[in-house]
Design a protein around this ligand. Sequence first.
Ligand code: ADP
Ligand code: MG
Length: 364
Amino acid sequence: MTVGIVGAGQLGRMMALAGYPLGLEFLFLDKDAGTPAAQLAPQLTGAFTDPALLDELARRCEVVTLDWENVPVDALARIASATRVAPPLPALAAAQDRLAEKTLFTQLRIPTNAHAAVDSRADLDRAVAAIGLPGVLKTRRLGYDGKGQAVLRTGADVEAAWGQLGTQPLLYEAFVPFDYEVSLIGVRSLTGEIATYPLNRNLHRDGILRLTRAPWHAPVVEQAARRHMRRVLAHFDYAGVLTIEFFVRRGKLIANEMAPRVHNSGHWTIEGAVTSQFENHLRAILGLPLGLTQAVGHSAMLNLIGEMPDRAALLADKSLFLHDYGKTARPGRKLGHVTLTESTARRRDQRAAALLKRIDSRKI
Ligand SMILES: Nc1ncnc2c1ncn2[C@@H]1O[C@H](COP(=O)(O)OP(=O)(O)O)[C@@H](O)[C@H]1O
Ligand SMILES: [Mg+2]
């Protein structure tokens, strides 16, 4: 049975790594050759919108899923009659547009921060007047790892932010002085079976995820996040893994964004949960029973960004798991991650803090 994956980055690579033990095969589509996934599975190389390549993918695959959520929905709609596409396209469409995403949260009574669409300089002035400062101006589409965003702290920042981003549809939103950030990963099978992973606590720097710790013990917050997750999964009759990112302020959740896919904050589940998010995504889109999402111990996942630390120095820590995505190094690029698991949350937090310091100051 072959699973087609559009986009062949590290997420696709980790899906394949999780699927081989189940006897699955994979076929990728990506615009670049030499991708992280093409190092271990066959790949069709060309535009994500190339009709001939999409048709071939549909013909050869039982189901088509995504490593990258910004694949044009129209291109996927074309093949949806020839094969099953999961997650559902309406979920994809909502997640591709920050305005649609916030509108969805509001419609489903999931608290989110104040926001307004900005299509002109006058819109921006109106949004800043209505929502106030500080705020964040974001591109509605194609932003990731904090790219396509500008924080506005004073009125003097408005002009520069407009100069930087003003050529495309934007969203202005209230800056949330959060206490911390969390994400929840949920999964829904074609059969309707639903499971959620334990809550992740996430630390970002410069808009990029640096550290995830899970399970994060915050029962009230976690329960609310699960409620919100179930509402989104049910709304779309969803199949696959879905991630929702939240800000936490004074014990309350404020939804930031969602990703209709496996997520960086769930990489710890490879070693730290009974069934990884990658395996459960595959099970879900194939209509198989889901595996247990319980944590095994207390995990921390640290991203390796921009420059790969020395492999031997990392592995000298004998209980660290290294994942190298096989990418060329570039500043700001996610090249790999490491995961550690511990018997207590306290010990996990201590080790994670020490490791983060070592990686950041390149003592590894
Ligand atoms: N409105 C906001 N208030 C405070 N911090 C924010 C806000 N929007 C984004 N951030 C910070 O920037 C990070 C990345 O922004 P996000 O909206 O998640 O975009 P993406 O992950 O797609 O780049 C967030 O995880 C958070 O740390
Ligand atoms: Mg984000």
